[in-house]
Design a protein around this ligand. Structure first.
Ligand SMILES: Cc1cc2nc3c(=O)[nH]c(=O)nc-3n(C[C@H](O)[C@H](O)[C@H](O)COP(=O)(O)OP(=O)(O)OC[C@H]3O[C@@H](n4cnc5c(N)ncnc54)[C@H](O)[C@@H]3O)c2cc1C
Length: 383
């Protein structure tokens, strides 16, 4: 079957080539944000892939966005610096008012505004989103927000943040997921009104932060959709997020496999290429087979998503299998390189650190397994 995105892939790969390994290595060393890379991607229109044409985006289906992110990772770049814009804007597109869509989507598509921050996770609630403690209390034509978010990635490099906060206390709702609301927060205005952001140093260069909201007023019209329905809105975007991140993991796996097989072929020890030893070949070949299988699941999930069929199980499986495949490929790549796998200048240790994240975020493997056990296999709910 011919790849409908072959041209897009070639264009993205060409763009990524102008940002060589040394670019990423230096940013990683300094913990710096790849502003130039993100600006270039934005100007080329790739980050507006999913924004409909009527709002000046490219209007591609999800599989087109997945192809873009896969190629970014395959080129050795780090799409985590900007991938969120692709899926966060889905909440605005599906649930925002016509006024919000007309005001924000074209400006996001043109690169005048960055929508890169998604404030859901909190220190005390972790994966249990319905227990978040950040509150937004209506006060005339504004809401007053109090609380703390953690792992809010790219908050320092975004003009807007999609924020989940509780608007009705948990004790007053029948379903624990009711009473949560979604807001589109203007980061500059919120910072001026007392929101503070503190970077968190992590094992990879990820620009993630803690966000503190202390009596921060936000306009009432920053509410997205109806009050109290925010949890449903973010759930509806999660399948897209999982499929896109799975595609990134497939791209990572391809990068590791390319590097490992090239090195195994060129490195000679005991007078012959190390790749002539099956002990070196097999882990790479196995990682390749796992990557291909995960890729099929990503394609199936994306096809279902685009056909408006139920795809929760497939999106979750795609994300889990692809994250495991990229990790297996990373392992094989380090092992193939021997000592050099640990040397900064080979970039493998950097990608190794980066790809590990996807077994934990945006959702950890255990939670995917419990979803499958309960919703697909009909076993009792565990939590
Ligand atoms: C670098 C990075 C970037 C991130 N970016 C964002 C972001 O931009 N926005 C945002 O909102 N969040 C973000 N996150 C948060 C991420 O989604 C969470 O870390 C993740 O969902 C897990 O939550 P937690 O860390 O609180 O782990 P916890 O919920 O405390 O879980 C810890 C461990 O226990 C396991 N566990 C918990 N409950 C169960 C159960 N019932 N059954 C079995 N196992 C269980 C989990 O699987 C996990 O392995 C980011 C995280 C990281 C590390």
């Amino acid at each position: 079957m011919t790849d409908p995105y072959a041209e897009i892939r070639a264009e993205v790969a060409r763009l990524c080539k102008t940002f060589p390994d040394s670019y990423w290595r230096e940013l990683d060393r300094d913990g710096a944000y790849p502003t130039q890379f993100v600006d270039t991607l934005t100007r080329a229109g790739w980050l507006a892939a999913l924004i409909p044409e009527e709002y000046d985006g490219a209007g591609l289906p999800l599989s087109g966005a997945a192809a873009i992110l896969e190629e970014i990772q395959r080129a050795g770049a780090n799409g985590a610096a900007c991938h969120a814009q692709m899926y966060i804007m889905g909440a605005l597109l599906r649930h925002g008012s016509d006024v919000q869509k007309a005001e924000y989507l074209p400006r996001i598509a043109r690169g005048e505004l960055r929508l890169q921050a998604f404030g859901v996770t909190e220190p005390t609630s972790g994966t249990d989103t319905s227990s978040i403690r950040t509150t937004a209390v209506r006060d005339g034509d504004r809401y007053i927000v109090n609380g703390q978010k953690i792992w809010t990635s790219r908050a320092e490099h975004s003009d807007l943040m999609l924020l989940l906060a509780r608007t009705t206390p948990k004790a007053e709702v029948t379903k624990r997921t009711d009473g949560l609301s979604l807001f589109l927060v203007d980061m500059r205005a919120a910072r001026e009104a007392g929101m503070t952001i503190r970077p968190i140093r992590t094992m990879m260069n990820h620009a993630t932060t803690e966000v503190f909201l202390d009596d921060v007023p936000i306009p009432a019209d920053s509410l997205v959709g109806e009050e109290g329905r925010g949890f449903r809105y973010i759930l509806s975007g999660m399948n897209a997020e999982r499929i896109l991140i799975a595609a990134e993991c497939v791209g990572d796996a391809k990068w590791f496999i390319d590097r490992a097989s090239a090195y195994a072929t060129e490195r000679s020890v005991f007078g012959r290429p190390i790749g002539q030893n099956q002990g070196v070949q097999f882990p790479i070949a196995r990682a390749y087979a796992r990557m291909r299988a995960a890729d099929l699941m990503v394609q199936d999930a994306a096809r279902r998503f685009e056909a408006d069929e139920s795809c929760g199980a497939e999106a979750n499986m795609a994300k889990m299998l692809a994250a495991e495949a990229s990790w297996e490929a990373a392992e094989a790549c380090v092992q193939t390189h021997g000592g050099y796998g640990f040397a900064e200048e080979y970039d493998i240790e950097r990608k190794f650190r980066e790809t590990r994240l996807y077994q934990v975020a945006p959702i950890s493997t255990n939670l995917i397994l419990s979803y499958l056990a309960e919703h697909v296999l009909g076993m009792p709910r565990s939590y």
